[in-house]
Design a protein around this ligand. Structure first.
Ligand SMILES: O=C(O)CCC(=O)C(=O)O
Length: 231
């Protein structure tokens, strides 16, 4: 239920970067959460990601389609149990394509006249990274730069609200904009913002919608790999 005095408005945070509040209704949030719970189970389930410097990411992660590990992709959970990565279902790839169309318009999704841009219409979404944040989890400023496609990144939030920091393409520091992402929100970044630094400095515990049944926060980020052997 919307308890705001005024509904939250969609906003362009930077060129090619758009926040669409409440994009997923409650039923779709519940369905996506149920799918995330399945994907998080072994084999190739939720894992702690270790960085080459010896650190660990506080958000735990499971991948679909291609398995991301710092800083490359594989078809197996090379830094987990070694099992083949789970497939990315067609409905999720289609959700990614629709998200881009809704956020950026048909041109960016490859649906416009000509449809030849590298958007979701040019190549299907074939990577999903699902990050689970509990307790004090956060994510440092980074760029999504291990893909070989300029297609926009799609981000869907479930559960607790977070502060999502969206920066610039040059540095991890200012200028940046802090956006509150709540359960059901969509954030898409492409075009000149595709390689912008971004991160999650804070999750606000206990802010998930009561009816959802999730303690913590899940983020589903969809990407196009652009890899030669991608189908
Ligand atoms: O959790 C989020 O909203 C951001 C996730 C993210 O930046 C990533 O997976 O690269």
């Amino acid at each position: 239920m919307d308890t705001e005095l005024f509904p939250r408005e969609r906003a362009q945070v930077a060129p090619g970067a758009v926040h669409v509040p409440d994009w997923l209704d409650e039923a779709r949030q519940r369905a996506l959460l149920a799918a995330c719970r399945d994907w998080a189970r072994p084999p190739a389930g939720l894992r702690t990601v270790r960085t080459p410097g010896g650190g660990t990411m506080t958000a735990r992660q499971v991948c679909l389609g291609w398995h991301w590990y710092p800083y490359a992709y594989a078809r197996t959970a090379t830094d987990g149990d070694g099992a083949p990565v789970k497939p990315l279902p067609t409905w999720l790839a289609e959700l990614g394509r629709r998200a881009v169309t809704d956020a950026l318009g048909p041109e960016e999704s490859g649906e416009g006249v000509g449809g030849e841009q590298e958007g979701a219409g040019a190549a299907a979404y074939d990577i999903a990274l699902i990050n689970f944040y509990d307790g004090d989890s956060r994510m440092g400023m980074h760029r999504d730069a291990d893909e070989r496609s300029a297609a926009p990144v799609v981000s869907l939030s479930l559960g607790d609200t977070c502060v999502f920091r969206f920066g610039n393409t040059e540095t991890r520091t200012r200028p940046y904009t802090d956006v509150e992402l709540r359960s059901g929100d969509l954030f898409v970044f492409g075009g000149p913002s595709r390689l912008a630094y971004h991160g999650v400095p804070r999750v606000l515990p206990g802010t998930a919608p009561a009816g959802l049944g999730l303690t913590g926060r899940l983020n589903v980020t969809l990407r196009v790999s652009g890899f030669p052997d991608a189908t």
